[in-house]
Design a protein. Structure first.
Length: 174
C-alpha cells in the first residue's frame, strides 16, 4: 500500500472537518458518532465490497519475507534431521515425496449386475476380497456403497413398474 502524502492527508482531514460533530483532526467529538442510533446499522455492512481481490494476509506476507531465500537451507536441514532419525522431519519429507494414496482400479472378476438376484454374490465377493487382502477395507466400503446405490435404483424402478401396472389395471377395470 502506498504511503499517504502530506497533501493527501491534509485534503482528507479538511473534508472530515467539514462534517458536523468532528474535531480539528477530523475525529468524532466526545459523545458523537457517525450513527446517532447506535454503533452499527442493522443490515448494512461496514465493508459492502468485501476484501479486495488479490489482497493477502499480512502474516503470510511477513512469513514469506522472512523465509525468502532460505527455502534451500530449510529443505536441506529437514532432510538432515530426517536422516538423523527425527520422526517429524521424516514424516514431513515423505509427505512431500510420496503423494497421498488415491483410489485405484479394483478388479474382482464379477459378472455385471443385472438385478437384485446378483446382489448377494456381489457382496460376498467384496467381503471375500477384503478379508483376503485383495482390497482394503476402505475400498470394500466404497464398493458396498456403490452396491447400495444400485439396490436403491433397482427398488425405485421396480416400484415405478408395479405402480404403472396397478394404474393400468385400474384404468382397464373402470
Amino acid at each position: 500500500m502506498a504511503a499517504i502524502t502530506v497533501k493527501e492527508k491534509l485534503v482528507l482531514v479538511d473534508s472530515l472537518q467539514k462534517q458536523e460533530g468532528r474535531d480539528a483532526r477530523g475525529r468524532f467529538q466526545r459523545g458523537q458518532s457517525g450513527n446517532p442510533e447506535g454503533r452499527f446499522r442493522k443490515g448494512r455492512s461496514g465493508n459492502p465490497n468485501g476484501r479486495p481481490a488479490g489482497a493477502r494476509n499480512k502474516a503470510t506476507e511477513t512469513a514469506e519475507l522472512l523465509l525468502d531465500g532460505e527455502a534451500a537451507a530449510l529443505t536441506r536441514k529437514a532432510v538432515e534431521l530426517a536422516l538423523a532419525g527425527d520422526a517429524m522431519a521424516l514424516r514431513l519429507c515423505l509427505d512431500r515425496i510420496i503423494p497421498p494414496r488415491r483410489g485405484r482400479r479394483v478388479q474382482l472378476g464379477l459378472a455385471p449386475l443385472r438385478g437384485a438376484a446378483d446382489l448377494g454374490d456381489t457382496m460376498a465377493a467384496i467381503t471375500t476380497a477384503a478379508t483376503q487382502g485383495a482390497i482394503t477395507p476402505g475400498e470394500a466400503a466404497e464398493l458396498a456403497r456403490v452396491v447400495e446405490i444400485f439396490v436403491r435404483a433397482v427398488e425405485t424402478s421396480d416400484f415405478e413398474r408395479r405402480l404403472q401396472q396397478l394404474e393400468a389395471r385400474r384404468g382397464a377395470g373402470a
